[in-house]
Design a protein. Structure first.
Length: 215
């Protein structure tokens, strides 16, 4: 690896660390690479992030857009933004808060907005407090890409994909992370039931063309 490549990677790592320090979350290097590849290669102008938490994925996307020198992309984020248990939580956790269940700070609309503003990434971003399914069903063919990162159980994944199909344009894409059926999760099953040959990045993030939806 040459000097310029080492410098580029060092700067990229520093940018990602700054975002991670501001925005608590579980997304990491795989998500960073995925978003930077997607927004460099695909003709995407309107994006919906279903599952914002504290803003990390949106910040990753905004960094990708800056690197690609793109200012033509609108990002819409939707989340319950409430301290309620996820549908994929274990039965023993259903009466607990996020802190009590060991997940730390609960999702917060105010915190997500503040985090993105602190990073200078709030431009071109709308945040909405709603269930992802209700929000997507009310936005017919509004987006080129819908990224799903909500509860990871099969039913939530299935319902979110069905709702997203009403909101994504026919030439658009659906994607998400946590591509697994381990434990209480059922993301992989939900995706494979309705899409033909989705692409999978790092065995964790899936991407499907809307046109391959089987219903």
């Amino acid at each position: 690896m040459g000097l310029l490549d080492r410098l580029r990677r060092r700067r990229e790592k520093a940018r990602r660390k700054r975002i991670d320090d501001v925005c608590r979350g579980w997304s990491g290097k795989s998500h960073w690479k995925f978003f930077h590849e997607v927004f460099t290669e695909l003709p995407i102008h309107d994006v919906c992030i279903a599952g914002v938490y504290l803003g990390r994925d949106i910040a990753y996307i905004r960094d990708a857009l800056e690197r690609a020198r793109r200012d033509d992309v609108k990002i819409v984020g939707v989340d319950l933004f409430d301290d309620v248990p996820g549908a994929d939580w274990e039965e023993s956790q259903r009466d607990l808060t996020w802190e009590e269940a060991g997940f730390g700070e609960p999702p917060s609309l105010e915190a997500a907005r503040a985090n993105l503003a602190k990073l200078g990434f709030d431009r071109g971003v709308e945040l909405h407090q709603s269930s992802a399914v209700d929000f997507l069903r009310a936005r017919p063919e509004s987006f080129d890409l819908v990224y799903i990162d909500i509860s990871h159980d099969y039913e939530s994944t299935r319902d979110a994909i069905q709702a997203a199909m009403t909101a994504v344009r026919p030439t658009g894409f659906l994607c998400g992370d946590d591509y697994s059926d381990e434990g209480t999760w059922g993301v992989k099953r939900g995706v494979l039931e309705v899409f033909e040959k989705p692409r999978v990045f790092d065995d964790w993030i899936w991407l499907a063309e809307a046109s391959t939806y089987k219903g």
